[in-house]
Write a protein of this length. Structure first.
Length: 117
């Protein structure tokens, strides 16, 4: 199995270190942490330079960069973006999916599908 590369962008250095150790120890993944005190441009530079499989974003204010997952997926369609919110213990996962439409029922299937197990 090929190890995944993850870019972790967080405002909380303790959380960032904990997540980095957890992912590296559990799965042997390569985790690159970037302090969220660095601006948005630093994250984009790292993603362009490293070309990770996953970007994990933790922000104390989830409204600060609302469009960030969409921007990342637009620029890197194969990327998976995970946002973490400790305020409400919520994790949101974004990924771009291309689905070939063969009939009108395909639209119904996509809308009706339970994508989370």
């Amino acid at each position: 199995m090929i190890p995944k590369t993850i870019v972790l962008w967080s405002q909380d250095d303790l959380l960032s270190s904990s997540v980095e150790l957890f992912l590296a120890n559990q799965k042997g993944w390569n985790v690159i942490s970037i302090s969220n005190e660095e601006n948005y441009d630093e994250l984009m530079l790292a993603v362009n330079r490293v070309n990770p499989d996953v970007v994990i974003i933790h922000q104390k204010d989830p409204n600060l960069y609302l469009n960030l997952p969409a921007i990342l997926l637009h620029d890197h369609p194969k990327l998976k973006v995970v946002t973490l919110s400790l305020n409400n213990n919520l994790m949101e996962v974004y990924s771009k999916q291309d689905i070939l439409v063969k009939s009108t029922s395909d639209l119904i299937s996509v809308v009706d599908a339970d994508l989370v197990n």
